[in-house]
Write a protein that binds this ligand. Sequence first.
Ligand code: HEC
Ligand code: HEC
Ligand code: HEC
Ligand code: HEC
Ligand code: HEC
Length: 491
Amino acid sequence: MRHRLKLVGSVCLLIIAVCAMAFAASPSSSPVFPVDRELFKFYPSLMVYEQTKAGFTEPETCAGCHQKQYDEWHGSLHSLAFIDPVYQGEYNKAVKEVGSGISKHCSSCHTPAATVTGEIKGPGLSGLSAVAKAGVSCDVCHSVSSLHPCKTPSREPQNGSLALRPGEDGKDGPVLVKRGPHKPAEGCGGGFHDCRQTDFHAKSDLCASCHQVFHYDKHYPLEATYREWKYSPYAQKDIHCQDCHMVGHDTFVKAADSMTKPQRSDYRHYFNGANYLLYFLASEAAKKAGDKDQAARLMHQYEMAVKRLQKAAELEITPNYRNGRLAEVKVRVKNIRAGHNLPTSLTNVRQMWLEVTAKDEKGTVVLTSGSLTKDGSLPPDVRKFSSDGMGSDMHFAIDPWVVTAFSSHETIPPKGYKDAWFGLQLPKGSKQITVEARLRYRQADQKVAEALLKAVPKDIDLARDYGITKIPILPVVDMTSGKKVLTVTAR
Ligand code: HEC
Ligand code: HEC
Ligand code: HEC
Ligand code: HEC
Ligand code: HEC
């Protein structure tokens, strides 16, 4: 009897011990997202550098033989990615608030080559090489030798998860190797570089690891453009990022509408997106520096971005009658041509919203929603299609090192729509009302933009370089609009 009790006791103790061990082990030694620190030497960046004696080349050298690609790229957001004053302001804040450990995370996407070589020490531009200032340059994309989405913490492309290999150690010294989607022809590289074909340069996979921004440590997807695209009708029809962003305006519209791929000769290095504000600021800076050609390129990009935004969406106004009387207006916003959600990327910073007004036949305003206040803010009850970020304390937050979740996420899926409802309180005697709706977009809230531009590092002088002495009211683009006359009693 005593013997048996002792045995039961020991078994219980053993179970408790095993459970206790498992408990103690679970939070620290088996995290959900383990990081391979041997592979990811630049963590929190997930970029890999396959170092040889062959170094990185600045875009001006590539321009010697590829002038056309250079002229298109120069003036793209990729060429501005590191010198962008808005980026530098936020980067400066990040390093001040989190410490220098976060620097590689930001700079590996905004200037990859100079990050892996160790040239970038922190915010600011003085003393940097042409390669560093060129941001996402020719030699970044054309040195990508492999992608490793399956090895990242959450097993998907994110935070710069690609490998850079600008060349090889040859018998007689370093040999530059540039990679692209085409089978190299005789003499490819003109004696300056070797050529190699990859299976990913013509696909969204090349863009994925930078266009999926996860929280640097908590792995929360702050920007998920690639993922939104991957689960869209475009991916199923083989329409990739390049087919809308590496072509001119008309070709993009055709690719989005007909789901047909552009011709090989249609591809351009514009990487044109939505950020008309930055193209505009940069063109002002180019004008101040006396570079008329660059100012013109940037204004061309500015116009393409505005036109692109104006092709992205459509809206539809319909009435809703209750007991025979007009009670509500429904505005449906359709994402007809963005290959990902609308808007995408920095959805908790970009703003896209509806402005709706309705008047009766006497001109009495019966509804207004979404008009900017005098100081340039959005009213609190606005119907917007972006997201709000929050920190782990569940308080509103904007900065990407604080945001670990979205408290609302209202972006519109590709070839999908969202409805907004507006209740009406109609004066007695109104017979018909005219509803006007506009879908509006801007890069950021007025106060957010002001705070960011105030945080630029000391060697960027906004007045000297950009001619900005006071942050102007941010420009708003009207993406689309609609107007409809509705009768107050149902017919
Ligand atoms: C963000 C990535 C990226 C950057 C930056 C980039 N390229 Fe490309 N490049 C591509 C992709 C993707 C293709 C394939 C598209 C296509 O079929 O033309 C390509 C194609 C090319 C080609 C093949 C010919 C052609 O135009 O189709 C050349 C040459 C080239 N790039 C040179 C350059 C040069 C020079 C620069 C810098 C001035 C540059 N690239 C910057 C991604 C990039
Ligand atoms: C995984 C790649 C990646 C990482 C890491 C990353 N970014 Fe970015 N960043 C992007 C991309 C892509 C965009 C463009 C999104 C767009 O314009 O819609 C962008 C845009 C921005 C912008 C907006 C610029 C403008 O002119 O409006 C700011 C500011 C910015 N990033 C700051 C940072 C800071 C600070 C960090 C580090 C805490 C960081 N980024 C880390 C890829 C990255
Ligand atoms: C001395 C001239 C010369 C220089 C400098 C040069 N290239 Fe090339 N490159 C060529 C020639 C020639 C071809 C083959 C014809 C073509 O596609 O334009 C080529 C082809 C390419 C291709 C296409 C490969 C494919 O898949 O078809 C890429 C990508 C490329 N170069 C990138 C670069 C980059 C990036 C630089 C700068 C680091 C650069 N080149 C500098 C001459 C040069
Ligand atoms: C090495 C990282 C990297 C790669 C690879 C990359 N991008 Fe980008 N891209 C960026 C960054 C960073 C920005 C934002 C720069 C800024 O706003 O300061 C950007 C900006 C853009 C924009 C402009 C967004 C806007 O708001 O207007 C477009 C469009 C774009 N990229 C498309 C592409 C496409 C298409 C590919 C693949 C062919 C690609 N990118 C590959 C880092 C990258
Ligand atoms: C069917 C065409 C199409 C495809 C495919 C497509 N885009 Fe876009 N993209 C657009 C349009 C239209 C806009 C402007 C509306 C908007 O901001 O979403 C845009 C905007 C953007 C922006 C700026 C977002 C913002 O609001 O600041 C980025 C960054 C971008 N695209 C990257 C990508 C990447 C990366 C891919 C591939 C994973 C891709 N796009 C695929 C059409 C496309």
